[in-house]
Ligand binder design. Sequence first.
Ligand SMILES: [Mn+2]
Length: 334
Amino acid sequence: MTGWETQLDAAVAFIKERDDFLVVSHVQPDGDAISSTVAVAWLLGKLGKSYALYNEGPIPERLFYLKNADSITTNASGIAGRAYRHVIAVDCADFSRVGNAQERFEDGYELLNIDHHPTNNGFGLVNLLRSDAAATAEILYELIERAGVPLDIDAATAIYTGMLTDTGGFRYSNTSPKVLAIASRLIDLGVDGPMLAEHLLERMTLQQMLVLQRALSRLTFSEDKRVAWLWVTPEDMTETGARNEDLEGIVNFPRNVEGVEVGILFKQNGEASVKVSLRSAGKVDVAAVSQHFGGGGHTRAAGCRVLATLGETIAQVTDAVGKALSEHDASQNA
Ligand SMILES: [Mn+2]
């Protein structure tokens, strides 16, 4: 047996030997976080286990077609909920990413950590981690297969959604032969790929377009034009009616400009709190840059939260990215 198969067996055993689970995913959840949550719920249901689903929230509205997405309770639901001894965390790069869900972990809780972020530090009692998986949903495909439970259309749609969103529509460098082979099997099971691509990747809400319009009007470049950034203020959010989910994808616009190596979106949340999203064209490891600011992620897609004013944050982060870019250049010339 390979090491990976041993890990899969340990994860299956974790689930089969216990009951009464709390399934959680990361704060400000994306498609993979929610898909993985409902895929785990689906597996638990098939194994006759009881469970509750929780995320700090909010759940992006466009994901409510996923079966069970509406049974994920959030902070806003007002349901305090009881504490759980058995926890399954999906798509969380580190423990802090579970957010206020940790208030519902019993003392001495046992946690199964399922994730694909290379910066994951193995915070679980059992860890199912594969950083070359494109999405946590891809790992769940393997877990469900290993558990011997045949997929149906609901689980297939969830797994496809997580893989579709984390690969940017099967385009990013994480789109491995394995991802495409799994996607092919999911389409065989009846998943409507074109409909999901249209719904998740093409369509924009009006609020999304209006906040993008404001952000693009501020497009700023470093002197050498290799770093580009945008920012969004709390006023932008209230005046356009945009929600957090409406900001998804905006960071790709600066990164997509020819010659740009790193694109950054700064989202101001308060006077001294800024959420930073970074996308790299390949030369800069933005996960490393983000870790420097207490965040994390993937080599080409990462983020962090900086407790400083918008102006200070922009100066600090663009400076760090510029340095990482110079280090890359120096290593090429060495
Ligand atoms: Mn993910």
